[in-house]
Design a protein around this ligand. Structure first.
Ligand code: HEC
Length: 128
């Protein structure tokens, strides 16, 4: 007679399975999440190198937007400190990871840590 009562928890578990284990990647970049990475000379040297390979052809070696490939809308002038002032680190992370408009994302090539370092590097292109 009590069986239905015992079956109920099992049904609940079936209907709402426990959360899938979260893959061991850093938390997804959302909202105003702060950059979890602390730049080092080494990580920034790597970011600079990757920028030269993956970004400079469109954004220009200095980030001024005058790369070899011209596009519409053109990328912003990253050497101008006002260009990125309204974008959070998480915004930049998302753009670099998944792309924006005609820009392809680099998420396949760069690990999340590298992407966060790229955010720091991109901000460092602004003239002080
Ligand atoms: C194929 C050309 C291309 C490549 C490669 C590229 N970008 Fe972009 N990027 C663009 C364009 C075009 C935009 C503007 C997109 C828009 O507003 O529609 C943009 C936007 C951005 C922005 C946001 C600021 C803005 O101009 O709107 C950042 C930051 C950025 N790119 C960083 C990078 C980094 C870092 C890399 C290399 C990992 C990279 N991009 C590679 C073309 C490119």
């Amino acid at each position: 007679m009590l069986k239905p009562f015992f079956a109920l928890p099992a049904l609940v578990v079936l209907a709402f399975p426990p959360q899938q284990p979260v893959p061991a990647t850093p938390a997804p970049a959302t909202g105003n999440m702060a950059n979890p990475v602390k730049p080092t000379a080494e990580s920034q040297a790597k970011a600079k190198k990757m920028y030269g390979y993956d970004c400079a052809m469109c954004h220009g070696p200095t980030g001024d937007g005058k790369g070899d490939i011209a596009m519409k809308p053109a990328p912003k002038d990253l050497t101008d400190p006002s260009s990125l002032k309204d974008m959070s680190d998480a915004d930049l992370f998302a753009i670099i990871k998944t792309g924006k408009g005609q820009m392809p994302g680099d998420g396949d090539r760069l690990k999340d840590d590298d992407l966060w370092n790229m955010v720091i590097y991109v901000r460092s292109l602004a003239k002080k």
